[in-house]
Design a protein around this ligand. Structure first.
Ligand SMILES: [Zn+2]
Length: 553
């Protein structure tokens, strides 16, 4: 090594830094072990120091001697390593301290006393729930991202991607640690919604074609795959409960984790325990003996159990049958019946001392927890959206797929919907001038559109799939014809149906807004030209169809 040390940016330097910081960690641990430092309030709490790069958090009792010793250790470490503590940049955050404790802190520590939340690793941390004012900077930071984007130049489909992969993913790290209050999530949703529909911070109801709860569903449930913040937060934080259960040796794992009641309930429903030695399973609250936890299965008996008894592991409860002596409440008939029921259930059950308990996450095939599986499980019970694969898995520019998504939800601004809202609307279908305009008429029953579809499909030798008189619903027709073909033909057909619907809609808009006269050859020509471009751009299904249709040479 060079005698003047490592240059900044040298790949070795982080390693070296870790080795050096480890010494500080050891010094503090040693002082704690030799009882130079008083134990922290909780019996099991061994964690005295958190290190991340040059951010150090040390947990201390507010006593003069503890502070003295810690400062000495820091001095000693600074003298030996050259890493001196910058007192001006440090702060003290009292946790549950009395006034006299504060007095001691003021007298013995050279750094200022600050209140929570404190900022550590970019997170506002606090032992209390964050207030509105404390959360506001997070919301502002998200809103600040917006003006720099050229929102007007982006289609909704493009903005949808920004919402999901920038606005939403900014939050994942925060949601992992913080339970943001509901109004904060609401405020963030307002920003996401406004940007998606209008490219602005705020938006009125009329600009949003589809309700936000629907937008924030997965594709297969009819949404745009934008994350639902509440569910996202719950599923990333479920990981803590899972780790607490499966890796009980983590230094924080004995902490009571504050999970909302829904999350706790969901977790109990999602995890099944296979008991081995019984040392890492809870007798009453884990699901190990029956389809439910014993707490749920035998509520009367559970109420008669002492507080201490409720926390026993399977091992501890079965040892000397402590679960029996834990029953201290009144022995009502219900309690006795459930008591006998539990005897029956335990009949024949034996611990296997050499096998560890295992916990199985039911929503993934591997049995291991994943945030994705948890997130998806929160949407279980919603109705499947039939057209999702045809829309989102077909080759088509995203603005066209986005349009098809609004078509299938019947949320395009056709005359019928404009009329319902009392807005200006064309009196009859702008393409045929024969019937009232609905989205199904426009794309399916309109004589003009039928002619478009027929000509386009005929050009590809697929005239057998063209619309019949009985076809009245766009979605039904699409499903029907798409199911009649397979493989590359199906892929190509799906792309072409998306292209056709998009082009008819564009033409309709030119007629309504620019006074263009409906023109069949022009629409068909546009579609055929686009088809070739899509094929060049990578739509293999379309290329396949074009190749089939090309006159044999
Ligand atoms: Zn028409």
């Amino acid at each position: 090594m060079h005698r003047r040390g490592l240059r900044q940016g040298d790949p070795l330097s982080p390693m070296l830094f870790i080795i050096v910081m480890d010494v500080l960690c050891r010094l503090i641990e040693k002082a704690s072990r030799e009882e130079l430092l008083q134990p922290l309030a909780r019996r099991a709490l061994q964690h005295r120091i958190s290190l991340y790069a040059d951010d150090v958090v040390i947990f201390l009792q507010p006593s003069a001697s503890d502070i003295r010793i810690t400062l000495d250790i820091l001095d000693l470490f600074g003298a030996a390593s050259g890493l001196k503590t910058n007192v001006q940049k440090s702060s003290v955050h009292p946790i549950q301290c009395l006034d006299e404790d504060r007095e001691i802190l003021l007298n013995h520590l050279p750094c200022p006393i600050s209140e929570f939340p404190c900022r550590y690793l970019g997170l506002p941390l606090s032992p209390h729930k964050l207030t509105r004012a404390q959360v506001q900077p997070i919301i502002d930071r998200i809103a600040d991202r917006l003006p720099s984007w050229k929102a007007d130049l982006l289609s909704r489909a493009g903005r949808c991607i920004l919402v999901q992969f920038v606005l939403t993913s900014m939050l994942v790290y925060l949601l992992l640690a913080l339970d943001l209050p509901a109004q904060a999530l609401k405020a963030i949703d307002k920003i996401r919604r406004g940007f998606l529909w209008r490219g602005r911070k705020d938006v009125r109801g009329g600009h949003c074609l589809i309700a936000w709860p629907k937008v924030t569903r997965p594709y297969y449930l009819g949404g745009l795959g934008i994350s639902h913040l509440q569910f996202l937060g719950w599923s990333v934080r479920l990981r803590w409960l899972w780790l607490q259960k499966t890796e009980p040796n983590k230094p924080w794992s004995f902490f009571p984790i504050k999970a909302p009641y829904q999350v706790q309930a969901f977790f109990s429903a999602a995890v099944v325990t296979v008991v081995g030695n019984g040392k890492n399973s809870l007798f009453w609250s884990d699901r190990w003996l029956a389809d439910q936890s014993l707490e749920q299965l035998l509520p009367h008996l559970f109420r008669a159990v002492t507080a201490r008894g409720r926390k026993r592991t399977v091992y501890a409860a079965l040892e000397n049958r402590s679960w029996v002596t834990d029953i201290k409440g009144a022995l009502t008939v219900d309690v006795i019946l459930e008591y006998l029921q539990l005897w029956d259930l335990l009949q024949g059950f034996e611990l296997q001392p050499e096998i560890e308990d295992s916990h199985i996450w039911q929503f993934s095939t591997s049995g291991n927890f994943s945030t994705k599986s948890a997130y998806e499980a929160f949407s279980i019970g919603s109705i499947q959206f039939n057209s999702w694969e045809k829309i989102w898995k077909s080759w088509a520019p995203s603005k066209c797929r986005f349009f098809l998504w609004t078509v299938v939800h019947k949320k395009c601004w056709t005359a019928d919907r404009l009329a319902r809202k009392g807005l200006n609307h064309p009196a009859a279908c702008p393409l045929c001038d024969q019937a009232g305009e609905t989205i199904d008429h426009l794309l399916v029953s309109c004589v003009f559109s039928r002619q478009v579809w027929f000509t386009v499909l005929q050009g590809l030798g697929l005239q057998a799939l063209a619309l019949q008189v009985v076809d009245l619903s766009f979605e039904d027709w699409w499903t029907n014809v798409s199911n009649r073909v397979t493989g590359q033909v199906q892929k190509g057909l799906d792309s072409i149906i998306i292209l056709g619907a998009w082009s008819i809609w564009k033409h309709r808009n030119s007629c309504v807004f620019d006074g263009v006269t409906p023109n069949l050859p022009s629409v068909v020509a546009t579609i055929q030209e686009e088809m070739h471009q899509w094929s060049v751009a990578g739509a293999q299904g379309v290329s396949h169809l074009l190749a089939l249709a090309a006159p044999a040479s």
